[in-house]
Design a protein around this ligand. Structure first.
Ligand SMILES: Cc1ncc(COP(=O)(O)O)c(C=O)c1O
Length: 372
């Protein structure tokens, strides 16, 4: 049977294999495996790319959020406002920093934090806001920063899915206090293992983050803060240095594929399928191409029967996750988030995705709504 995968990392590896193997061999031969020149180069390049001055490579995107919060002074008893419609790590990092996640609802069109709801969520314990740039589109950073500045709050942008995205020409980390990236293999800039980075123009936050990622040790073997072991591997940084040069091309390729889906799905089935909306002034990098659809679970089963992968990001919002039961939220508290969780469906998306595979996905979706 014909198959269309959500993504295919081996296609890209085959194209860049020689360069990757060469750089891997250089690192292995150098005997320098922790925090060497490759990490420094990637930190400098990604900080500059984000229009910030500091980059701090860490073990993964989840630790990047946790470390940034801790470095920004978030501590036990503080509240951090975020969204419930995101990957677990966003709120997991808040809880691991001993703070309390406070969830606000999302904009039904972009799936990102609705800035109009932040004000009502602020209390005298609020210390920070974490907007998530979901699926590769940045949240409304100007409105979020206006509120943050009014109440003197820290803003950590969770940009795990949005490296290369822009909001009115600003990159993640440029308007907020800091942004965090994930280099999980499936991300737009993916390593061959785990990795993450904090970018910021706040030198103090970056310096504290550098200390936290090495057990809070400064000078070596002297510990004034509680840190842990969370460093970006030299080997992964070397691989990422190769892939980073191609990131903008990969983003354009994702956008071309997204445009093709959108053009085709806006014909004939637009009553059943809502295609992603790129807000004016935004540069969406389509980490995911996510539809809002009718009869979502039936459509997903039909696609599966026809050999087509699709995914639900995310089926259970964080405010109703059992691990957060103590926070006291219940079903019905965040209606737009809860509806999104029932209606979203992400289609196969990666830079090398073939047009004939996309055409098959589109044809199958039309078949489902128009013939069934
Ligand atoms: C929105 C979001 N935040 C945080 C993370 C955590 O990143 P990592 O898997 O590198 O820990 C991810 C990805 O997994 C994510 O999608």
């Amino acid at each position: 049977m014909r198959r269309v995968n959500m993504l295919d990392l081996s296609e890209q590896y085959n194209i860049i294999r020689d360069e990757i193997l060469e750089t891997v061999d250089e690192v292995l031969s150098s005997s320098r495996y922790i925090l060497g020149d490759n990490v420094k180069k990637l930190e400098a390049d990604i900080a500059k790319y984000s229009n910030t001055t500091q980059g701090v490579g860490v073990g993964n995107g989840s630790d990047a959020i946790h470390i940034a919060l801790q470095a920004a002074g978030v501590e036990a008893g503080d509240e951090v406002i975020t969204v419930s419609f995101t990957f677990f790590a966003t709120a997991g990092a808040i809880a691991r920093a001993n703070a309390t996640p406070v969830f606000v609802d999302i904009d039904p069109v972009t799936f990102n934090m609705d800035p109009a709801l932040i004000d009502a969520a602020i209390t005298d314990k609020t210390k920070a806001i974490i907007p998530v740039h979901l699926y590769g589109q940045m949240a409304d950073m100007k409105q979020i920063m206006e509120i943050a500045n009014k109440y003197n709050l820290v803003v950590i942008e969770d940009a795990a899915q949005a490296i290369g995205a822009e909001y009115q020409e600003a990159k993640p980390g440029e308007l907020g206090t800091a942004a965090t990236y994930s280099f999980f293999p499936t991300k737009n800039l993916g390593a061959y293992g785990d990795g993450g980075m904090i970018v910021s123009s706040d030198e103090d936050l970056a310096e504290k983050s550098r200390v936290i990622r090495v057990h809070g040790s400064k000078p070596k073997y002297y510990h004034h803060v509680l840190g842990y072991n969370s460093r970006l591997d030299e080997l992964q940084a070397a691989i990422l240095n190769v892939k980073f040069k191609k990131l903008d091309d990969f983003s354009s390729m994702r956008r071309e594929r997204a445009n093709y889906y959108t053009e085709q799905l806006n014909k004939e089935v637009s009553d059943f399928v809502k295609t992603p909306v790129e807000k004016e002034g935004n540069y969406h990098v389509f980490h995911q191409y996510t539809l809002r659809v009718e009869r979502r679970d039936e459509l997903q089963a039909y696609l599966k029967e026809k050999g087509i992968d699709s995914m639900i990001y995310y089926p259970m919002p964080l405010h109703v996750q059992p691990v957060f039961a103590d926070l006291g939220y219940k079903e019905g508290d965040l209606l737009i988030t809860e509806l999104a969780a029932k209606e979203v469906l992400s289609l196969p998306m990666y830079p090398e995705l073939k047009e004939n595979d996309q055409a098959y996905v589109i044809k199958t979706i039309k078949e489902f709504y128009l013939i069934n």
